[in-house]
Design a protein around this ligand. Sequence first.
Ligand SMILES: *Cc1c(COP(=O)(O)O)cnc(C)c1O
Length: 396
Amino acid sequence: MYNNFQKHLKQTLSEIKEAGLYKNERIIVSPQGAEITLNTGQKVLNFCANNYLGLSGNAELIAAAKSAMDDHGYGMSSVRFICGTTDLHKKLEAKIAEFFGTEDTILYAACFDANGGVFEPLLTEEDAIISDALNHASIIDGVRLCKAQRYRYENANMTDLEEQLKLAQKQRFRLIVTDGVFSMDGNVAPLDKIVALAEKNDAMVMVDESHSAGVVGKTGRGVTELFDLKGKVEIITGTLGKAFGGAIGGFTTGKKEIIELLRQRSRPYLFSNSIPPLVAAAGIRMVEMMTRTNELQDKLHRNSEYFIKEMTELGFDIKPTKSAICAVMLYDARLSQEFAAKLLDEGIYVIGFYYPVVPKGQARIRVQLSAAHEKEHLDKAIEAFRRIGKELGVLK
Ligand SMILES: *Cc1c(COP(=O)(O)O)cnc(C)c1O
């Protein structure tokens, strides 16, 4: 049998390559940070990590993780409800709830699991999920695992959302679900309007703060802070794999009965291993650090504003953004690849995205800013963008 299957796989792989969609992985041999070393020996400035607060290499978090290994060991070898819960797991859950001003938190191995395990235990075929068309793959998969009726609205389109809410009045309970920040454009979900529509049309709201926690809002509490909606959203999901240290782990935080039922019924929680104590300990330290000082969030906001202002002044077409994601629009797929390759030659590591990751004719380079970047890093990137922009005729 495998002979035929192998032929089939080889055919599929060559189709992916011919379509120019084959993903090659670059190998990094240094810690994650503003400056990284590739296995070719090349040192580059990293503008494509989700390391928004620069915590991936933070000394305080590394020390917390090391000391947790000394007193709590390496792995848990268990799911939470058997023997995978330590004092560190409970403390991190409480800290995350405190950070977002929510009632309780449940940890997962990743936000992919948090989203995969949130819908099915809570909603049935009598209920409705109303989902933004650009929501993350993990939300889409989580919704697929649930029997609730599905409604989809155009990205951040409140007229469409209201229409879908009207259609969903037939169902018993309604849950609107949205990303906080949409990762390809950097735009923020209009959560104030979403919550208002939810109140008007008898619905609940879930927001995935993966790209916004630590980033958006004055103190990095995410879009619920940006729109002053503390306590007004029933469910928040997020990741420890981006701004919050960048290692691994995810969470759902919100109303306490929701979290309590998830602990009883959520399959990725019940049937997948507990995060290691070192990750929980570093997570606790991370929340303490972010509560103690706003330095990193402030620096990230300064860096993002500076970069976007300079790039706009040079004449680049930048998507409106309120996050640390800056989409430099080039529209043409080939141009986006050529531009990114030339930037890498100049020591600037960014990725050019094109269809089907973004709509046809909407190719772009996505730049992700970080508190790890110093002004000279930003200036070096801006100068490289300027030079290559002129060379390739993007700038006049
Ligand atoms: C990155 C991301 C996830 C997945 O997070 P992991 O913890 O890496 O699984 C989920 N949702 C959104 C919106 C994301 O951006």
